[in-house]
Design a binder for this molecule. Structure first.
Ligand code: ZN
Length: 271
């Protein structure tokens, strides 16, 4: 059985301390949580940066501190978010990638709506972000909220801005974009090139069922407080608990949990 790569999306841009006492906000908190999640089975840490007040920021210095602390303490693959919650400006979003040259970064290849914001990613924006990643030797994780975003990712390959095999993350369950259903996941997983790898990120209460389905399909799984604050209804989770639970699901499904070194091979990092 192919090993399963577990990604932990540690903090995101949205969850606050008021919403969960377990959301890591400072670089130190994020790195400490990353260590626990590595021990629980995570191979990739997907990270956002927050300022001193806990608000989302694109400050490259804060991203660099998070990256340095995690890589000093673990062998995790650090995946930097280029999301636009703090600012939609493409150059500001690309700057941490240019500065840090991380192994991976997220790349949303189109526009959609969040419940409280239009998430505008024009072709120009996507191109600037992809150029920064190509120049830095950073592998993009294509964040797919809508099927059409797959075509945009493939267009980046045609333009010489991304190299195959691609890696996709299907983000399912956001209101107003692709719903979190088995049918949608099957459709998306069959809509990417055969050589590509994929992860599913089910939002909120969809995190667990989507992860279980992906486990049986041979896909990879993202969990974490960015996408879901609860272990079960009414009970808040820690990142470590969410990773550990998915590692147990993997064990029952006879899928070995990939170490970061194995994940690097599966994702063709550094090649
Ligand atoms: Zn994110």
């Amino acid at each position: 059985m192919t090993p399963v790569i577990l990604t932990v999306a540690l903090n995101g841009s949205v969850p606050t301390r008021q919403q969960s006492p377990h959301v890591p906000l400072t670089p130190e908190e994020i790195a400490s949580d990353a260590v626990r999640c590595r021990d629980a089975g995570a191979a990739i840490a997907h990270v956002h940066a927050r300022d001193a007040a806990g608000r989302p920021t694109l400050d490259p210095d804060i991203f660099a501190e998070i990256h340095a602390l995690i890589t000093a303490r673990t062998d995790l693959i650090v995946q930097i978010s280029t999301g636009g919650r703090a600012d939609l400006d493409a150059d500001l979003r690309a700057e941490p990638v240019r500065r840090i040259r991380p192994e991976m970064a997220s790349l949303t290849t189109g526009s959609m709506n969040f419940p409280d914001q239009v998430y505008a990613n024009s072709f120009d924006t996507v191109t600037i972000l992809a150029q920064a990643m190509a120049a830095a030797g950073t592998k993009p994780e294509m964040e797919i909220f809508e099927a059409g975003m797959i075509d945009n990712a493939l267009a980046l390959v045609d333009a010489g801005l991304a190299t195959t095999p691609l890696h996709f993350d299907f983000v399912l369950g956001n209101r107003g974009s692709q719903p979190a259903t088995a049918r949608q996941l099957l459709f998306l997983s069959e809509s990417i090139p055969q050589s590509a790898t994929w992860t599913v990120a089910g939002l909120g209460r969809w995190q667990l069922p989507m992860g279980i389905i992906a486990m049986g399909m041979g896909g990879h799984v993202r969990v974490g407080l960015e996408d879901n604050l609860y272990y079960r209804r009414g009970e808040r989770a820690t990142n470590e608990q969410l990773v550990a639970r998915m590692a147990r699901v993997a064990a029952e499904a006879e899928r070995p949990v990939a170490t970061p070194a194995e994940a690097r091979q599966l994702l063709h990092l550094g090649t």
